[in-house]
Design a protein. Structure first.
Lengths: 285, 258
């Protein structure tokens, strides 16, 4: 041990080149090296979250599938036999909406708590807090893509012919991710200060579940109501999934572009708000 | 010699707890309009000026609540000051909270990788240094066990080993060096000396005056009145002790505790 006390140290003078420029202590100037580091950190955190979520659980990642399967069974049973909804291939129809809804709400709930739960990591120097919502939303999206296998099984069961519009599926998933991310930043920042956010989300989601066309189709309503539904971005996403997967038709591009544009605007302001609160996190936690 | 850190007219404010702190959105709305006239901030310290030079160890002394940890957090860039500026050159590493970032469910070696990344290493750098770090911990036998089974000393070793293998230009240490057993402490000091010979500046905060006087080249005293003195450790510590024995008879002011 004492034989080589300076093992692994750079030789004197070796690192002087990297340390010439002055910076403010709380600012990290942009560099390509920094971006590469951020990418490494991102990959690490995503894989960590994936592993930790189901660590020490017996069924592991199958919980991701089990939960929507049970929901599907219950809703299919009720709405096919008790309160009949006039939609053909109802389980498949339901599945499109339910998976999208679950992914959206679960990601947002997790994202809202992402900064509070990352309390320990926030004390690491140079750790960008904005990484946490991004990681949580990415993990949510990975689980969503994984849960699409249920949909694949149903599609095979009903022998639905799939066509070229399937190529639009990644795009719709991408827009869903963008929308989730846009809301994740401001919610995560707000939740640090007001822990009400999480409870509020539960209430809002409970209402929204029935106001979003998950269990029923939008064309079951008169025109005025349809206008209201159009204001809900999830409507367009779910209808997009249904068009692509059930009808083999291209989605409504205009509506999807609208959702994407709105998401980008919200993301811009939400991210700015998040960054402005960044130094308050440690003081508030 | 050129400094690695310049601190100019630094001042940090904190909110006064708990009187005005809104705990819910409702309260915030109620408080929002009367916010302006309420005097709810206090200065932890103000007008702090000093420079840190490469290869030196600067000790920070002060009573609880004098702002030692706050000062280190500001240097680390975790907090932002209301007044003045801190300028740094090069990479800052810190041991601000011992083992806090370790994940209890991950194994020791997974935690080395994780905290290497969180300390600013790229994954390639972590891979290169992994063996060195693992060897330095001297708990190689337990590296495959989850960290929740570790003792606090073992966690300290893990956290410290990673932090000193990140080539910092400035190393911030908060009360931490004196946690492990004396053998590990000696090893830490040795490693820190080696880093200092390579030009790393070390800032050490402690309220144990003896540690400061044995290890540090200079000492900084943060007083709660916002006075700050810097100079040779013995001189500064002498004044610090003198003020403490004078203040010992006075009751502790209530706004001290955060």
């Amino acid at each position: 041990m004492t034989a080589r006390p300076a093992a692994g140290l750079p030789k004197p003078g070796e690192k002087t080149g990297s340390a010439v420029t002055w910076r403010l202590a709380h600012e990290i100037p942009f560099s390509w090296g920094r971006l590469g580091y951020a990418l490494d950190l991102f990959i690490h955190l995503v894989s960590l979250e994936m592993r930790l979520l189901y660590k020490q659980s017996w069924l592991g990642v199958f919980w991701t599938l089990l939960n929507p399967v049970i929901q599907l069974l219950i809703f299919s049973l009720i709405f096919s036999h008790v309160l009949t909804v006039a939609v053909p291939r109802y389980p498949l129809f339901l599945c499109c909406g339910l998976l999208c809804w679950n992914a959206f709400t679960e990601s947002l709930t997790m994202a809202a708590g992402s900064i509070v739960n990352a309390r320990n990591v926030l004390y690491q120097l140079g750790f960008p807090p904005s990484m946490m919502p991004l990681v949580v939303v990415t993990v949510g999206l990975i689980h969503f893509i994984f849960s699409l296998s249920i949909l694949a099984v149903l599609l095979a069961w009903y022998q639905v012919p799939l066509g070229w519009p399937l190529a639009a599926l990644p795009l719709i998933i991408g827009i869903q991710g963008l929308l989730t991310l846009a809301l994740a930043f401001p919610l995560a920042a707000l939740h640090v200060r007001f822990h009400d956010v999480k409870h509020l989300l539960v209430v809002v989601f409970r209402f929204m579940f029935f106001l979003t066309p998950i269990l029923y189709a939008t064309n079951a309503f008169p025109h005025v109501h349809r206008m209201l539904y159009a204001a809900n971005p999830l409507t367009h996403l779910i209808e997009g999934y249904r068009a692509v997967l059930l009808d083999g038709a291209w989605p409504n591009w205009l509506a999807l572009a609208g959702v994407a544009a709105a998401s980008i605007i919200v993301l811009f302001f939400g991210f700015r708000y998040f960054q402005s609160r960044r130094f308050q996190f440690i003081e508030d936690l | 010699m050129n400094p690695v850190m310049k601190i100019h007219q630094l001042g940090k404010q904190f909110l006064c707890y708990p009187t005005s702190r809104p705990q819910s959105i409702m309260e915030a709305a109620v408080v929002a309009w009367q916010r302006k006239q309420a005097d709810e901030f206090f200065w932890v310290f103000r007008n702090v000026n000093f420079e840190v030079f490469p290869g030196e160890m600067l000790g920070i002394v002060g009573r609880n609540g004098a702002g030692k940890s706050t000062l280190l957090s500001l240097m680390a860039g975790l907090l932002r000051a209301e007044e003045g500026s801190i300028q740094v050159r090069g990479k800052v590493s810190a041991l601000l909270d011992l083992g806090r970032s370790l994940h209890p469910l991950l194994t020791g070696s997974e935690n080395i990788r994780a905290s290497g990344l969180l300390n600013g290493l790229t994954s390639r750098q972590v891979d290169e240094r992994f063996d060195q770090i693992a060897e330095f911990t001297k708990i190689e036998k337990f590296l495959d066990a989850p960290v929740r089974t570790y003792s606090s000393g073992m966690k300290a070793r893990l956290a410290f080993s990673v932090a000193v293998h990140t080539d910092p230009d400035i190393l911030l240490i908060d009360e931490f060096l004196f946690v492990g057993d004396e053998f590990f402490q000696a090893k830490c000091i040795e490693r820190i000396r080696a880093l200092m010979q390579n030009g790393t500046a070390v800032l050490l905060s402690s309220h144990i005056a003896e540690k400061i006087s044995t290890h540090c080249d200079r000492a900084l005293w943060l007083d709660k009145a916002g006075v700050c003195r810097i100079g040779p450790p013995d001189e500064v510590l002498h004044r610090y002790h003198a003020s403490n024995s004078a203040a010992a008879s006075l009751p502790c002011s209530p706004e001290q505790a955060p």
